[in-house]
Each structure stands twice: as structure tokens, then as C-alpha cells.
Design a protein around this ligand. Structure first.
Ligand code: GSH
Length: 244
């Protein structure tokens, strides 16, 4: 039996979605973040040395890192639906997007979150202007340009097909879905990136995505704004931190 060690409001949501698309029987063990730090509980360290989520266990086997979990589950349960055949241009595109999600785009989203936390951190009033100058400098000289370029790149990729690889959903799209959910929270997608916004709308209409929301419990990446962003979320005003 697959057990998904699922941290609230995290990348683990993509594994839930994948498990639902694959129709696998699995168990969810949900972990809450520390309300002050937003970090995962120490309990997760007993599952994998890095103490991050997602991580799955399958009997004696433990698999961490969402891309690796996707490949493990697709190898074991997919019948050719969610991963194109080896040696095809579609398979090359699939591999690219599967790695691009965590390898290229997510680091910008994490940096964006860290900068925002620095901006909002309690600190002596005379330090605040210097801290703000540093975060604004990183945004202006590095982050904003990279985020924009990547959003344009992803938008262009969706000009020739409705999902990233083709008009058929693949597991790489499932990996990319969380990326776009983060981009939605930390960068404005409409009106400049209508195809990315359409991707999100299409993703959220899928029965498997909706089932994943029900299985995983409250899910909301839009904490700073205090908005409820997804069905199944019951975010309260006492939980207003953005999470990675
Ligand atoms: N690249 C890893 C990232 C894992 C990761 O950083 N997970 C976050 C949740 S989205 C986490 O566990 N954060 C809690 C913490 O750092 O304590 C993956 O894709 O699995």
C-alpha cells in the first residue's frame, strides 16, 4: 500500500492529484506545518532524512523528491496514459517539463517567498529601510526579470497544445500544476498570461484534481492575502502565511 506523507499546503498536492489520475489505492498521512515558522514537523524526519514533503512509502521502499515520486508511480501504475512512449519527441518534452518545474522555476518562487518574509519580518525600525533596499534590489536586478521571462516561456509553450507536452494530460503537467499555482499567488497571471490561467482552470476542472483536494484536506497557497483559493480549503484568518 502506498502511503503519501502529505504536508498541508505543499508540493505534495501534486502527488495526490497524480495518485487520483492513476486510480491507485493509497493512504494519506497528513502533517501540519508549524504555525509560527511554516516548517514541516520533525515527525517527517523519521520518514526521510531531509524531513520534507512529498515523500511516499511503499512497503520497505521510501521515495522522496516530487519528480522522483512521479517517475516511481508512473513506472509502477501507468499504462501509457500519463507518460509518452520512450524515444518520441513527446517523451523528450515530458522529461523536460518534469525537470523544469523543480529545477528552473520553483527556485524563483522560493526566493520570492523568502524576500516577502524578510519584508514582513519584525525588525527594529532603523533596519527596515536597509532590508527593504536589499529585497527590492534582488527583485529589480534578478528575480522579476527571471520570473517574467519564464512566465513568457511557459505561456508560449501552451500556444501549440493545451497541456505542456500535447493535448493529452501527462504526469509532467501534474508536476507543472503546482508551479503555476505558486506563480498565481506570487505573480499576476491575468491578463498577461491567459494560457497559463486557462491551464489552471482546466486542471481544477478535472475530477481527479478535485478528488485530490478532498483527500488532502484544506489547501491554500494564498496566505498573505488571506484568500481561500481552492475548493476544499477552509483557511482561517489565523493561518495567513505563504508556504513553500
Ligand atoms: N524539490 C523538492 C522540494 C521539497 C520541499 O521543499 N517541500 C516543502 C513543501 S512544498 C517542505 O517540505 N517544506 C517544509 C520545510 O522545509 O520544513 C520536491 O519537489 O519534492
Amino acid at each position: 500500500m502506498i502511503v503519501l506523507h502529505h504536508l498541508e499546503n505543499s508540493r505534495s498536492q501534486r502527488i495526490l492529484w497524480l495518485l487520483e489520475e492513476l486510480g491507485v489505492h493509497y493512504e494519506v498521512k497528513r502533517y501540519e506545518r508549524d504555525p509560527k515558522t511554516g516548517l514541516a514537523p520533525a515527525e517527517l524526519l523519521s520518514i526521510h532524512s531531509l524531513g520534507k514533503s512529498p515523500v511516499i512509502t511503499d512497503g520497505e521502499i521510501t521515495v522522496a523528491e516530487s519528480g522522483a515520486i512521479v517517475e516511481y508511480l508512473v513506472d509502477k501504475y501507468d499504462d501509457g496514459k500519463l507518460r509518452p512512449a520512450a524515444g518520441t519527441p513527446e517523451r523528450r518534452a515530458y522529461t523536460y517539463w518534469l525537470h523544469y518545474a523543480e529545477g528552473t522555476f520553483m527556485p524563483f518562487m522560493v526566493l520570492s517567498l523568502i524576500l516577502r518574509r524578510i519584508d514582513n519580518a519584525p525588525m527594529p525600525f532603523f533596519i527596515k529601510p536597509a532590508a527593504r533596499r536589499i529585497t527590492a534590489g534582488v527583485r529589480g536586478n534578478y528575480l522579476d526579470r527571471n520570473v517574467r521571462r519564464n512566465l513568457e516561456f511557459m505561456e508560449e509553450a501552451l500556444e501549440s497544445s493545451i497541456w505542456f507536452v500535447s493535448d493529452a494530460l501527462t504526469a509532467a503537467d501534474i508536476q507543472m500544476g503546482f508551479v503555476l499555482e505558486c506563480a498565481e499567488v506570487r505573480a499576476e497571471l491575468r491578463p498577461d498570461y491567459p494560457k497559463l490561467a486557462d491551464f489552471l482552470a482546466r486542471m481544477r476542472q478535472r475530477p481527479a484534481y478535485q478528488a485530490a483536494l478532498r483527500k488532502g484536506g484544506p489547501y491554500n497557497l494564498r496566505h498573505d492575502e488571506g484568500e481561500v483559493s481552492h475548493q476544499g480549503s477552509n483557511q482561517g484568518p489565523n493561518q495567513r502565511k505563504e508556504r513553500t
